[in-house]
Design a protein around this ligand. Sequence first.
Ligand code: ZN
Length: 320
Amino acid sequence: MLSDTPGLHHVTGIVGDPQDAIDFYSGVLGVRLVTQTVNFEDILQHHLYFGDANGTPGTVLTHFPDPHGDPGRPGKPQIKSVSFVVPTDSLVYWETRLADHDVAVEGPLERFDERVLRFEDPAGTRVELVAGPPVPTDIELWTAGPVPTDRAICALHGVSTLSGNPYATAGTLETLGFDHDGEDGDRIRYRASGSRATVVDVLDRDARFGREGTGTLHHVAVRVEREADLHEWRELFDDRGYDVSRVKDRHFFHSLYVRDPGGILFELATQTGGVAASDGVNEPGESLFLPDWFERDRDLIESQLPALTVPTGVGGDDTP
Ligand code: ZN
């Protein structure tokens, strides 16, 4: 018997310049660059993992930088935005901080019982900060970051999806163990039962078709307990006629991908201790991490990728 997912594992998008992404997410938003590695399907592309101090599943946003890629176009079927939880009384701090860094902010908007700030990262990815939900305590904040810990982003809140078929996507979420949690206008909320990163909103609205590219979100991953579960989930989705991948070794976790009939790409990923806690990652984010099977190609890979600088803000300091 498969258990319900407790919530999201990570969200992954495509950005342009990798240094711009690091400067924005670590330097402005204060989420730690826990690992810089390569796209395991294309080793000449970076893969950046941001999250709490340990890269705990449920706090992680990852990006594939594509510096020469074409801008994407938001639309159906895509993940429209990614949201993070911040402390209830921190929105004034964030409005000021984002304005100081020349980030245009919309909000606070009222949604369900929450208040939301909306803005875009340098690639145009839609990002939201949500105040109102309880702050998760089973994570470890990045204390050396530029944002004071009593204002800091605590974890993913969730994603908003623009499905090609909202009913089908709702069905996929229910299969994974999300429950219908309420509606606010054309926004239908599904919630998992865990302590963090539990929300997927399905937007039931007209939208043009999108195009994958920089500034778009590629997939959303949910947590599962064990690798063995992935094989069971694979069988279940395959039996139901979903487009499902084989189980893959992502070094930090094992995973599989399933494209739901509404066109949203879901990943199921095993809940390991954290991206930074994996073997071989001694200094999270500061140097290029390669799994053993790519280590022999390190010279080639490093010669093809730009060197990246990690911001070294100290707690509470407002350096960019
Ligand atoms: Zn992923």
